[in-house]
Design a protein around this ligand. Structure first.
Ligand SMILES: [Zn+2]
Length: 713
């Protein structure tokens, strides 16, 4: 996933001052770890070998987090934040005094950059730094920059400077497409504050924004809140599966993987039992979003949210979801029958299929049909091997090498963090990826990509190099055992590296649209595409080798793994379609035709198929309604595009350099600076229809005949 740290409006995310260094130091010759007989390339060794006798640089100069000199101590955040705000003031004055033109957009972007460089870095530090003092200082910096951004978003003089440019048709026509798009994006951010309205309406918009923010936070907290039930109401033998406190049993999740049907049923009914306060909060959130959208000139919140996206309108999204649902329905029914069959086999007394059954029984079928025990795979997926695999892949596709660099003292927040320089064979250094891969106490559990600093062309002609962090939660290596990944972890690593390469290869003029700062329904294309590579035996056999013997992973083990993922996959996708449709309806026409629970029941019947369970309200646990409001469909749509790109451009030869270069040129290079559909068109060399999107997703569910042949051998 992508880091959520987006500041609305001008402060749209980016990062630290850094001397642009042309070269980079590799780790040098092959390193041989004690007790490990396989040798690794430098990048493999950097991740597989526990650093031994690492030079302790006691007297070297402390450089500060991410190389930002001020940030060698928590107090530095205040200095960095004050500098940023001072610079922002100067830039505001400047942009208000220049004649409207391309210069206006450049200054806007610099203004945004100066704030984002602190805010985005602080956004990351406040959740990831192991030291509380750093986290608190970062939190303060976020708040104060957030407040400054709010002020700028309602600064009428600043708004007019941009409006003057966009109102002059001749001037707008003279702008290059990227500059025009960035100007429009800045304007779009302004307008949600109601700045273009009269004074009274503007005040209402500001109030609504504040209220929506409050309701969002309250709702988010409520989505995780446990529910409790009096002990005597639950059969005693299942108490042990939950937390018991006094006379109550506390249920804090769905327990979807529990083998006991009764535990899953109880968890489902208790955890999803409606909470009146949370229900009110959601209904208020949705209606306030609707009011705000109408106030600033849209017919629904969804119409506002989908501007500038790949889908472009709620109508297209619903068409996509309905067509997908139709195409899936037969396969979904077959999946449900298969899952029901397994339930009948294991629990003949009670074999009706209920919403709490599919994840568990699909898992049972997968394990029974395919021998995919993670422990069989892990030894082949040492972290170093996987990093070598990525390095080889990027090398062959894009002419890019990853070099492990030794971070300076104070540059990283934790000892296990590795720094990668991303270097192109002729263009040189493109940017840096900090790899915060290992578990530690208090670290968020989410695998995530964070933009710390966006790329942009500076006024002096230099390119500000992008800097990102990839955060995973892998086990630590020990002296004799490198970190071993399960197939799922390996796929996640590829996914997150897809985001990182989007950031590294984006060469936008403006940081406002750097790398992953693109429409939500396009943002997951590069990362999901990497999952296709991670599941291709030609790619996997390049790198998956036993960490002790060096033996390659047999082809049929890779194929078995791929096929196993198709078990119950239609039903899974159908569930996602249901969630996405629900999100659209909630953010569509208001007032809603019924309560959110009634809408859930209707939508579940139409788009999923398993019965609604009375007295439950799953929507109150749907946290993505906050962050993705009206864009939950994005993941499905990104997957459809990634699937088409894979099939058209890489399936025949996953190492094809020509396809790789085209991918870079047509898709990655533009970040969010180009209409997403134009990027897709450039890549596929045709304009795909909704039907093409749907077929791409559905055909991925078909079994691969080659695997069947292999298994019958
Ligand atoms: Zn992602």
């Amino acid at each position: 996933m992508l880091g959520a740290g987006r500041l609305r409006g001008l402060g749209t995310r980016a990062a630290p001052l850094w001397p642009g260094r042309a070269g980079s130091r590799g780790l040098g010759a092959r390193i041989r770890a004690r007790g490990v007989s396989t040798s690794w390339s430098p990048v493999g060794a950097a991740f597989n070998v526990k650093p031994q006798g690492r030079r302790l640089d006691l007297f070297g100069e402390r450089r500060g987090l991410f190389g930002v000199p001020e940030l060698s101590a928590p107090e530095g955040f205040r200095v960095a934040q004050e500098n940023a705000l001072r610079k922002a003031d100067l830039l505001v004055q400047r942009v208000c005094s220049v004649a409207p033109g391309p210069q206006t957009v450049l200054i806007f972007d610099e203004l945004s950059d100066s704030l984002c460089r602190v805010a985005d870095l602080a956004d990351f530090v406040k959740i990831a730094h192991p030291e509380p003092a750093f986290r608190e200082a970062a939190e303060e910096a976020c708040t104060s920059i957030g407040t400054a951004v709010e002020k700028l978003n309602t600064n009428v003089e600043l708004y007019r400077s941009l409006q003057k440019l966009l109102a002059d048709k001749k001037l707008v026509d003279s702008l290059d497409p990227e500059t025009r798009r960035v100007a429009e994006l800045f304007m779009f951010d302004f307008e949600i504050s109601g700045i273009h309205l009269d004074k009274e309406k503007r005040k209402r918009a500001v109030d609504l924004n504040v209220k929506i923010l409050d309701l969002s936070n309250t709702f988010l907290m409520g989505t995780n809140f446990p529910n409790k039930i009096e002990k005597h109401l639950l059969p005693e033998h299942i108490h042990q599966n939950f937390v018991v406190a006094g006379n109550h049993v506390i249920v804090d999740g769905l327990h979807a993987e529990s083998p006991d049907d009764l535990v899953r049923e109880a968890a489902y009914k208790i955890f999803l039992h409606p909470n009146a306060g949370q229900l009110r909060c959601l209904e208020e959130l949705l209606s306030n979003r609707d009011l705000l959208a109408k106030l600033v000139g849209y017919s629904t919140y969804s119409h506002r949210a989908l501007q500038g996206t790949l889908a472009q309108s709620p109508e297209t999204v619903m068409q996509f979801l309905e067509k997908l649902s139709d195409k899936l329905s037969e396969r979904t029914i077959r999946d449900f029958e298969m899952i029901r069959g397994m339930k009948m086999k294991l629990n003949p007394q009670n074999s009706e299929l209920m919403p709490w059954d599919p994840p568990y029984y699909s898992g049972v079928i997968r394990a029974e049909r395919y021998n995919i025990e993670p422990s069989l795979y892990c030894p082949f997926f040492s972290l170093g091997a996987c990093m070598e695999g990525l390095n080889t892949l990027f090398g062959r596709l894009l002419g890019i090498t990853l070099y492990a660099e030794q971070p300076a003292k104070g540059e990283v927040w934790c000892e296990g963090v590795r720094k990668l320089a991303v270097v192109h064979e002729s263009e040189g250094l493109l940017g840096y990826i900090y790899c915060d891969f290992f578990q530690r106490a208090g670290k968020p559990h989410q695998d995530c990509h964070f933009t710390i600093r966006g790329g942009r062309l500076k006024e002096d002609g230099d390119y500000q190099l992008p800097v990102v962090v990839l955060m995973l939660n892998l086990p630590h290596p020990s002296r004799n055992l490198p970190t071993l990944l399960t197939p799922g972890m390996m796929e996640n690593l590829f996914h997150e590296m897809g985001h990182a390469m989007h950031s590294m290869l984006g060469r936008t003029r403006y940081q406002h649209v750097t790398g992953t700062r693109c429409p939500t329904d396009f943002a997951e294309v590069p990362s999901i595409l990497m999952e296709y590579f991670a599941n291709d035996h030609r790619v996997v056999s390049q790198f998956a080798r036993h960490y002790q013997t060096g033996q390659s992973l047999p082809k049929n083990m890779v194929s078995r793994l791929c096929e196993s993922k198709k078990v119950g996959a239609a039903a899974d996708m159908q569930l996602q379609v249901f969630y996405a449709a629900l999100d659209q309806i909630y953010h569509g026409k208001h007032p809603l035709t019924a309560s959110t629970t009634d809408i859930l029941r209707e939508t579940q019947e139409k788009f999923y198929g398993l019965p609604y369970v009375p007295n439950t309200a799953w929507q109150l646990r749907f946290s993505h309604l906050v962050g993705y409001g009206a864009k939950y469909y994005s993941y499905l749509m990104s997957r459809a595009v990634a699937s088409m790109v894979w099939k058209e451009c890489f399936r025949r030869d996953p190492f094809n350099r020509t396809a790789g270069e085209r991918y870079r040129r047509e898709m990655l290079a533009h970040g969010g600076g180009k209409e997403p559909m134009l990027m897709v068109q450039g890549m596929l060399q045709k304009c795909p229809s909704i039907d093409d999107f749907v077929s791409a997703l559905v055909s991925d569910l078909d079994p691969d005949f080659e695997t069947f042949l292999m298994d019958s051998e």
